[in-house]
Design a protein around this ligand. Structure first.
Ligand SMILES: Nc1nc2c(ncn2[C@@H]2O[C@H](COP(=O)(O)OP(=O)(O)O)[C@@H](O)[C@H]2O)c(=O)[nH]1
Ligand SMILES: [Mg+2]
Length: 199
């Protein structure tokens, strides 16, 4: 069945958060390189919008998609991939923070954490920073297909504890087998104000 996010299209890529232009509502995806951000955006919108990469650290721009005019989904550069000079890594951090603290229309920031690996030090730093800034965040465990089904409940509790949330508050998603994708799709649509509840 059709869903409001099926209409999502690529809008722009930018390195300067000040040049993203106006928006009515948006959600952003952050996480370490290779955590599954691009693949998840593609799964949510059911099309190859974001370039998923075999080479970690490829997305170095803020990539913006629109599900309807001024209703946005934002793919942020992955943090924590050690390639390139230290200054450019610092630069990506400043770009991400500049965007997150500067946007007035951010309805949620989804922090993607690999379910099998759990949060890295940088993930925990990001969560502390979001909390300190008073920004609305939610942790999404990704690639849950890589956790043995018999271990899933235990693993979900472990990852939830590690990021400091209740197990039910941790989204548990696999872009590969589709687990949790429908719920997250509805949540994103509602947050950016394109909800039709058509799923
Ligand atoms: N098993 C599994 N692999 C995934 C899943 N999502 C992404 N991947 C793989 O993880 C790698 C990184 O994905 P990508 O979306 O490019 O991550 P990004 O750097 O955070 O944008 C790719 O090889 C994907 O195929 C998933 O749900 N399950
Ligand atoms: Mg990516």
């Amino acid at each position: 069945m059709a869903h409001a996010l099926d209409a999502a299209r690529f809008l722009l890529s930018e390195t300067d958060p000040g040049k993203l232009g106006p928006s009515l509502a948006e959600v952003a995806f952050v996480g370490r390189s290779n955590s599954g951000k691009s693949t998840m955006i593609n799964a949510l919108c059911r099309r190859e919008l974001a370039r998923a990469s075999r080479t970690p650290g490829r997305t170095r721009t803020i990539n913006v998609y629109e599900a309807a005019p001024l209703r946005r989904i934002v793919d942020l550069p992955g943090y924590g991939f050690a390639s390139g000079p230290a200054e450019s890594r610092e630069g990506w951090g400043a770009m991400i923070e500049g965007y997150l603290s500067g946007s007035r229309t951010l309805a949620a920031i989804f922090v993607l954490v690999d379910a099998k690996l759990g949060p890295t030090r940088l993930d925990l730093e990001m969560l502390d920073w979001l909390q300190a800034e008073g920004l609305p965040w939610r942790v999404v465990a990704t690639k849950t297909d890589q956790v043995q089904p018999s271990r899933a409940a235990v693993r979900r509790r472990e990852v939830a504890r590690a990021v400091g949330v209740a197990p039910e508050a941790l989204a548990w998603v696999s872009s590969r087998d589709g687990a949790g994708v429908g719920e997250l799709r509805n949540e994103v649509a509602r947050l950016i104000g394109v909800a039709g509840g058509k799923n």
